[in-house]
Design a protein around this ligand. Structure first.
Ligand code: NDP
Length: 305
């Protein structure tokens, strides 16, 4: 017998979908995936999730959601989905050597922070290189750091880091920011923040001694390179949706996010829904992901009925 509903992914969208589907007695099966809990597991305090006036740890919030989904009868499988076949119903979802069947699927595989893609970045990750100011800013008290990127996230990270670091330098590959006016103004007005325009990080220095000591910057106009001494490197260059599994199966947008119908979580295949960051490049909040997980469960329930 195929399952009613398989949910792929265990962030706020997946768990919220599971809670709603389980309470509708759909007996959902949820695959936790390679990074259970998703991006919230790498943050510390979550202060903007309504209902927690004193804040809550990201990991605790996710553990609570998991427990709540389990309480209503969600079957949780701690495995990684490696293939899907949505060509006919029941849909097939492969995890390891097991093929699971379901009449509907909710995809909530989320997104991950984009990396610069340098070997030195990999070697020094967690040793001065980070993609999360909220998680790691504290370690840079009294230090000098760079933030790579020119979007809203880069502005926000840079401002946040001035709470800890003495000096924050935004390194951007062009001569103007992509960020909204208000975020730019806030960053540029901060006396601790300076900007290096038209520059790309070509190498992160310090691999030989095991922590970041600087960066090699390349001028994107002249091609000249120079070294800059620095204690930390924060990349804020956007996110990649986790959609490799669904390429050529579902309609994706030009950035790789799953396309959903307006005001809905319906994908290009009937009975397959997408919720959370995997279909949302705009808001990317735990609460908006949870909201769309709720929508997906209600839509799956109606579809099955
Ligand atoms: P964006 O895609 O908006 O910006 C990414 C930035 O990184 C761009 O400036 C881009 O450069 C640069 N970049 C991308 N790849 C590289 C690379 N390999 N090397 C160097 N630089 C690179 O992503 P964000 O994460 O900033 O924002 C995502 C969404 O979230 C946006 O819609 C944003 O508005 C929203 N957001 C809102 C916030 C708020 O309002 N408080 C806070 C954070 C995000 P280029 O400009 O040349 O393309």
């Amino acid at each position: 017998m195929p399952h009613n509903l398989i949910i792929i992914g265990s962030g706020p969208a997946g768990w919220t979908a599971a809670i709603y589907a389980a309470r509708a007695e759909l007996k959902p099966v949820l695959f936790e995936g390679p990074e259970p809990g998703g991006q919230l597991m790498t943050t510390t305090e979550v202060e903007n999730f309504p209902g927690f006036p004193k804040g809550i740890l990201g990991s605790e919030l996710m553990a609570n959601m998991r427990e709540q989904a389990k309480r209503f009868g969600t079957e949780i499988i701690s495995d990684n989905v490696t293939a899907v076949d949505f060509s006919a119903r029941p849909f097939k979802v492969t995890a390891g050597t097991n093929v699971h069947e379901a009449n509907s699927v909710i995809i909530s595989t989320g997104a991950t922070a984009r990396r610069l893609g340098l070997e030195s970045e990999k070697a020094l990750y967690g040793k001065g290189v980070s993609a999360c100011a909220t998680c790691d800013g504290f370690f840079f008290k009294g230090k000098q750091v760079i933030v790579v990127g020119g979007g809203d996230a880069a502005m926000e990270e840079a401002c946040f880091l001035t709470r800890f670091a003495d000096k924050v330098t935004i390194v951007h590959r062009r001569a103007e920011f992509k960020a909204s006016k208000i975020m730019q103004e806030r960053a540029l007005a901060n006396p601790k923040i300076q900007v290096i325009w038209n520059s790309a990080v070509e190498e992160i220095l310090g691999v030989d001694i095991g922590h970041v000591t600087g960066v090699k910057l390349k001028d994107t106009v002249t091609g000249e390179t120079r070294d800059m001494a620095i204690d930390g490197v924060f990349a804020a260059i956007g996110h990649e949706p986790t959609t490799a599994l669904f390429k050529n199966i579902l309609d994706l947008d030009e950035k790789g996010y799953i396309k959903t119908a307006p005001d809905s979580t319906c994908t290009s295949i009937q009975g397959v829904f997408a919720a959370g960051d995997v279909q949302d490049a705009k808001y990317r909040q735990a609460i908006s992901a949870a909201g769309s997980g709720c929508m997906a469960a209600i839509e799956a329930e109606r579809f099955l009925a």
